[in-house]
Design a binder for this molecule. Structure first.
Ligand code: SAH
Length: 349
């Protein structure tokens, strides 16, 4: 798909015209990854964070959030629950928490791989190569790290590096791919200062990076972050700013499917947050083939507040499971069995 076409869809408003995009994305999804929807159980293992990302409620400077770090036993028991629920993968996600040592993660990965048949995805932020290698050797299968935006100046503004370090998520993703990880990345949609050109570049970048997983979600303003204060941001010229919201997210999901037909694409919680009734289903009908039900213990959910009013914070893991299955069946799809590895990796040519 040409860049002009991507831009054309991003700016399209006509509902009849957009219906053609949804149908095309749904058809390409069906042909390339089938009707199975794979479930990845998300365990939010810690909300401590060393970073100061301008968009995220877990940022170091947010003193109002009560911090927690799950114990090994809690994490293993969540993973076991995932096995009981028929999930093929667990995703261990956290803020960039250096209080979770390399060895702890290595041991956790090893235990999950020994004690369960699960694929393990890590999403622990920008960690050192030696750590990533140790975790790979312990059995980790995949790594999720969104590049958030391909506009370097915007990225530097919203995602300041740690002192004395550079933050180059593209380079890191490529190294992880070389280490043998399936790599997942993605962006937020509607970040203040993000233009249509930027978002078109992001979508082209999905293809350049040859991502196995692409997670995109609407930017949701958090009042306790600098980006949450609109007065601090110089606006883009009229008509240039990408609006946040459901529609732009569906468009990006659909376009991601068209440029990366074999990638695994989740219908994300941020989408479900904007439309609790139908957001997940609409994402699945417009290109997505994955959902990530929350496996975190209920007592921690509200504390993992990357953005406000997150979907599913009042539910238990069991409720999330039956809710997701119901939603998948309601649109005539089936629940995928097994790990749901990326068909992207086995593609020809
Ligand atoms: N520390 C890890 C995990 C972060 S949370 C990391 O940096 O990779 C996972 C994702 O949530 C982030 O990559 C970001 O895209 C998304 N996120 C954070 N704050 C958000 C907000 N205010 N609105 C929407 N998505 C947000």
């Amino acid at each position: 798909m040409k860049r002009e076409e991507i831009l054309g869809w991003l700016r399209a408003t006509d509902e009849n015209q957009l219906e053609a995009l949804w149908q095309q994305a749904d058809e390409v999804r069906r042909q390339n990854v089938g009707d199975e929807v794979y479930l990845r159980g998300l365990i939010e293992i810690s909300n401590y964070c060393a970073r100061s990302c301008g968009y995220c409620g877990l940022r170091l400077e947010n003193k109002e959030v009560e911090r927690y770090r799950m114990s090994d036993e809690e994490i293993i028991s969540c993973a076991q629950e995932g096995v009981e629920y028929g999930y093929g993968t667990v995703v261990l996600q956290a803020g960039e928490d250096y209080g979770i040592s390399t060895e702890r993660v290595t041991n956790l990965v090893r235990r999950i791989k020994e004690e369960t048949p699960l694929a393990v995805t890590l999403s622990l932020g920008e960690r050192e190569d030696h750590e990533l290698l140790a975790w790979k050797e312990a059995g980790a299968d995949r790594y999720l790290l969104r590049f958030e935006t391909s506009n370097r100046a915007l990225y530097d503004k919203i995602h300041p590096p740690l002192p004395g370090r550079v933050s180059d998520r593209f380079a890191l993703l490529r190294r992880m791919r070389d280490m043998g990880y399936e790599i997942g990345s993605g962006v937020m949609i509607g970040i203040p200062g993000q233009s249509y050109e930027d978002l078109a570049n992001d979508i082209e970048m999905f293809r350049t990076l040859d991502l196995d997983m692409i997670g995109v979600g609407p930017y949701i303003s958090h009042p306790l972050t600098p980006l949450g204060d609109p007065e601090k941001l110089p606006p883009l010229p009229e008509g240039e700013q990408v609006p946040t919201g459901e529609l732009m997210t569906y468009k990006t999901v659909a376009l991601a499917r068209l440029v990366c037909p074999k990638s695994n694409i989740p219908s994300t919680s941020a989408l479900a947050t904007l439309n609790k009734a139908k957001g997940r289903e609409l994402g699945l009908c417009r290109g997505a083939n994955i959902v990530m039900p929350n496996l975190s213990p209920q007592k921690y959910r509200a504390q993992y507040e990357i953005y406000p009013s997150k979907a599913c914070i009042d539910e238990t893991a069991a409720e999330c499971r039956s809710c997701m299955r119901g939603r998948i069946h309601s649109i005539g799809r089936t629940v995928g069995q097994g790990r749901g590895d990326s068909p992207n990796l086995s593609k020809e040519g």
